[in-house]
Structures are given as C-alpha cells and as structure tokens.
Design a protein around this ligand. Structure first.
Ligand code: GDP
Ligand code: IMO
Ligand code: MG
Length: 436
C-alpha cells in the first residue's frame, strides 16, 4: 500500500502526533520528515501522555517501524533523553532507525539561535531556541555535520576542527561570548555518537523494500504549512519544508508513491511565536479557546496565540499541497460557544483578497471578513459516530469543507485515541468548491 503524508494545515500543533499514532495502528512504517526538537507532538494512550520531539509518533504502536528521515535535524542530547524516557516507560526502541544523512544540531547551534534572536530585537521570530535555524543554515551552506559523521570518531573530529574555528570567531568577535573548546566538543559528541551508533544507518533501502512489498507507510511532518520556509509567512517561519512536497524530500519517499495527503487542521487557529495571525483574538474569547484547548506549547510551554478558523489560509494550504482529506481536531473546544466565526476572506488596504499574500506585512494588515455560525452548546467528547455530533457541529464541518474545498475524513473530539471519529464528509458541500 502506498504512502500517506500527515501534515499540518495551519501554524503547527494541529494534532499531527495524535493522527500519526492513530493511523500507525494499520501502518508498517512511520517516517518523520522534517524539523527537529522544535516540534512537540503529544499523544495520549492508555499509558498516559507522551510528548515526542524527534522520535516518530508511531513508536507507541509496538509493531510499527519508525524511521527518522534525512530532512530532520537531530540534537543528539535531546534524542537520547527522549529515547531514555521512552524506554523507562517500557517502549521498545528496537524498531527505531535514524537516517545517517540527517544533520546534527551541534552544541553551538542553540547558542547561535539565542544570539540571533536577541539580535533581531523587535523583529524576533520567537523561535523555540532549539538551534534548528542555525543547523539548517549550516546544512545549506554545506558546513553541516551529519549523523554519519557523528558516529565516526575520526571524521567527527576532522569535520569539527574545520568548522569550529569559524564559529568561534563569530561567537567571540561578533557576539562577544566565549569560544567553544574543540576537545570538549569532540568528547561530548563522541559519547553521543557511541550511544546512537546502533540506531544510525541508511533508511532508503528500508523504504524502497517496504514500498516494493506493498507495505503501508506514513510520513509524519512537523510544524504546519503556514510555517514553511518557502510558502509560509516569511520571515516568521521555521527553517524546513513543512509541505507535502517537503515530506517526500525529507522522508525520502518517491512522490509517485503518495496516495493520500492528510491535512491536519484544528477547529480554530493558533500560532506560537511572532508573525501575522489574521484572525487572532486577544480577548476573553481567545482566552477561552486557549484554556479549553490547553493551548500552551508542548516544547516551550509558551501560551499559544489563538483565533477563529482562517478558511483563506486553509484553502491556500489545501490547494498548494494537494490535500486529499482533512482531520479536523479539537472540535470539542467549541462545545460551550454560543456562536463561532470563520474567516472567509481578507480585506487588505481596502481590497477584498481571497488567498494568502506573499508579504507578511500585507498579511499583518489583513482585516478578516467573517461569517458567523451557530454554536451547539453541548458536549461532543463522547461522540463516536458522525450522527452523534449535534446538527450545528455538522453544519460547521460542512461549512469548512465547502470553503476549503476538501472533505473532512476524521474529527477529533478529545485527545484520547478513541476520540477520533471517522467522518463521511459532507460531499454535497463539495459540489462547488470555493476557488481563490
Ligand atoms: P502536533 O504538534 O501537531 O502533534 O500537536 P500538539 O501535540 O503540539 O498539540 C495538539 C494538542 O491537542 C495535544 O495536546 C493533543 O493531545 C491535543 N488534541 C489532539 N486532538 C484533540 C482533540 O480533538 N480534542 C482535544 N481537546 N485535544 C486534542
Ligand atoms: P509542531 O511539529 C508550532 C514556530 C516557532 C517560531 C517559528 C520558528 O509541534 O507543530 P524554530 O524554532 O523552528 O526556528 O521557530 O516556528 N514553530 C512551531 N510552532 N508547532 C511547531 O511544531 C513548531 N516548530 C516551530 O514557535 O514561531
Ligand atoms: Mg506541537
């Protein structure tokens, strides 16, 4: 069976971890495609809550092989901590393999991330300070060190001895902070390399064989399409490709093997860090969404910014990525709402706009054009079938389908595995999909 991509349709934290975990029950392999420890994927199982940063969310299914793709940047300290914590909870790592082509987040990358952020002053991006941006910068500048180098003691020393002097000049002369000492760095990283060596190798043959044998494969993306380096709200974006095309590249999956692109969207909008969020609610309604949705960052604990669903951005992402169907999560957050608004257009400098402008400044000036829908004012958390959902909730889903132009196939009414409803989709609503 061909591949399914699970990707974020908004600004991250849509519930990709939960969806990957749920779909992994019937998948042979889960491959993480992009990002690094900036990601925080929460999965709730019978064993409690797991917060995954680098290990694919498929790891909680005992039969699923989990691969970390070449497009991921790996902080060895973080991944080792995460592996230890999983093992302590009885999760086997025997099925884990990390691509030798993945780049390493080196100890100087988080230092640079912090220094670059403070340098940006009021223009700061609000990064997770995990060193991802500097690690990806080094990768494209061809200064990076990869997992294949980390596990080879001689190459590691040689490569670091080439790269560190330049970074030390920048640390001391540009930023006026202490230089790092080569021997200390090498020793620390060699120890990580020793511990990670059993897991590091080539993953392309594993994927190629699996596809040839008709096995099913899930690609788990990090972040969301609105944070994509090319198509997001640049420069308020992450440093990797968070799109379906990026998923193929980062995971090493041939595009021709992709059968399904599942866009994960939450029932409203959130964003962590800086950058435009046209539907942002900085009032009691926004706070109510934050409290009911527990909208505090998995990785940094920062309160997430909240707002109404932005159907303009959602449709832009759906069309760009060829999203085949949608998992709409956190519908239960609206259970107490009298009414709900959805942004169906923007007004920018007096003009009606129906797609996402390239300029973050223009998007920041966008005044959302809203349509108001009735709330359902009853609990959905026990709903297990579409017909268990109140009529107003189904009307909300149909409205979103019509405006995004893609059917909803799954609906989330809570964080637990069983709180995910297979949904038929209001196909009649798709007869005339909205076009930007
Ligand atoms: P990810 O980064 O896309 O994997 O998403 P996060 O894990 O950062 O954030 C999603 C949060 O919502 C997590 O705490 C999930 O447990 C939770 N969650 C997922 N789906 C639902 C849902 O349908 N309802 C509720 N109430 N919580 C959900
Ligand atoms: P998951 O996979 C939400 C945001 C940061 C910041 C910007 C750049 O859990 O959905 P970075 O550290 O990547 O250089 O920060 O991107 N960001 C995320 N926001 N969810 C994420 O991941 C994110 N990963 C990065 O808050 O605004
Ligand atoms: Mg997250």
């Amino acid at each position: 069976m061909p591949a399914t991509i699970v990707m974020g349709g908004q600004w991250g934290d849509e519930g990709k971890g939960k969806l990957t975990d749920s779909l992994a029950i019937s998948a042979d392999i889960v491959v993480r495609a992009n990002g690094g420890a900036n990601a925080g994927h929460t999965v709730k199982t019978d064993q409690g809550v797991f917060k995954l940063h680098l290990i694919p969310s498929g790891i909680l299914n005992s039969d699923t092989t989990c691969l970390v793709g070449a497009g991921v940047v790996i902080d060895p300290r973080v991944v080792l901590d995460e592996m230890e914590a999983l093992e302590a909870r009885g999760i086997s790592l025997a099925r884990l393999r990390i691509s030798e082509r993945a780049h390493v987040v080196l100890p100087y990358h988080p230092i640079l991330d912090r220094l670059e952020e403070s340098d940006r002053l009021e223009g700061s991006i609000g990064t997770t300070l995990r060193g991802n941006g500097p690690a990806y910068s080094d990768k494209v500048a061809r200064r990076g060190i990869r997992m294949v180098d980390l596990v080879d003691k001689t190459t590691l020393r040689y490569r670091l001895s080439r790269e560190l002097p330049r970074w030390n000049r920048i640390l001391t002369h540009v930023y006026g902070v202490d230089a790092l000492i080569l021997d200390e760095l090498v020793n620390e990283l060699r120890e990580y390399g020793d511990r990670l060596r059993p897991y590091v190798g080539s993953i392309e043959p594993v994927i190629a064989d699996a596809l040839a044998e008709g096995k099913s494969l899930i690609v788990e993306c990090a972040q969301g399409a609105m944070l994509d380096i090319d198509y997001g709200t640049y420069p308020f974006v992450t440093s990797s490709s968070t799109t379906a095309a990026g998923a193929c590249q980062g995971a090493g999956i041939p595009p021709t093997s992709v059968e399904r692109v599942l866009g994960v969207y939450k029932a409203y909008s959130t964003r962590v860090g800086a950058g435009p969020l046209p539907t942002e609610l900085e009032d009691d309604t926004g706070q109510l969404i934050r409290e009911r949705g527990n909208e505090y960052g998995t990785t940094t604990g920062r309160p997430r910014r909240t707002g109404w669903f932005d159907a303009v951005a959602a449709r832009y992402v759906a069309r760009l990525n060829g999203i085949t169907d949608i998992a709409l999560t956190l519908l239960d957050v609206f259970d107490v709402f009298e009414s709900i608004e959805v942004c169906v257009g923007y007004e920018i400098d007096g003009e009606r706009v129906e797609t996402v402008p390239a300029s973050a400044e223009a998007l920041a000036r966008a005044i959302p054009v809203y349509e108001r829908l009735e709330g359902w004012r009853q609990s959905t958390v026990d709903a297990r079938r579409p017909e268990d959902l109140p009529a107003e909730a189904r009307a909300y889903l149909a409205f979103l389908e019509r405006h995004i132009g893609v059917p909803i196939s799954l609906v989330g009414v809570g964080p637990a595995r069983e709180q995910l409803i297979p949904y038929a989709g209001a196909s009649e609503a798709l007869a005339s999909p909205a076009r930007a």
